[in-house]
Design a protein around this ligand. Sequence first.
Ligand SMILES: C[S@@+](CC[C@H](N)C(=O)[O-])C[C@H]1O[C@@H](n2cnc3c(N)ncnc32)[C@H](O)[C@@H]1O
Length: 187
Amino acid sequence: MRKKLISLPLLLSGVLALSFIAAVPAAGVQYDTPALDVPYVPTTHELVEEMLKLGGVKPGDVVYDLGCGDGRIVIMAAEKFGARGVGVDLNPERIREANENAKKAGVTDRVKFINGNLFDADIREATVVTLYLLPDVNLKLRPKLLRDLKPGTRIVSHSFDMGDWKPDKEVEVNGSRLFLWTVPKKN
Ligand SMILES: C[S@@+](CC[C@H](N)C(=O)[O-])C[C@H]1O[C@@H](n2cnc3c(N)ncnc32)[C@H](O)[C@@H]1O
């Protein structure tokens, strides 16, 4: 007969203890805002540049990065491409970093960071939107992009597509996929 290695009550008490430890933050530890739809994973600076090139960003453009992390996409759009930029992020820690980075780059007059939910953001003035989210978040965002953005606005996504909305262009850079769409005329 096989020996039982662990009893059920012991297993349950272990699970409970672990969930309690996870729920009580240790002193000094900072936790991300719990309701994030996407964890923070920054795009490399090299890929940021490729995203902005793919979006054809130029002076006069207004670049919105939805889920902007430390602000690197809109900061580079202002610094290297002469555009204006707005970043939106739900995590106040990211917004603090983004504002610091904008100061260091000397572009505070051309970029703005908003601490808020990307699904509630007013994105109507954007001429380019950048995304590094998740497949289901892209799909959830798609109706808002099509409803709120002006025809001709370019959308660039790092890694993830938009389901059956076929991109105008798809490129691979160092193993990462980038997608470009253009908002069509409204019917
Ligand atoms: C994968 S990171 C991308 C950061 C940046 N765009 C980049 O490419 O370097 C996703 C970001 O989205 C933010 N985020 C997640 N859910 C969000 C939401 N509902 N509204 C606004 N920001 C959100 C996270 O805090 C995180 O900074």
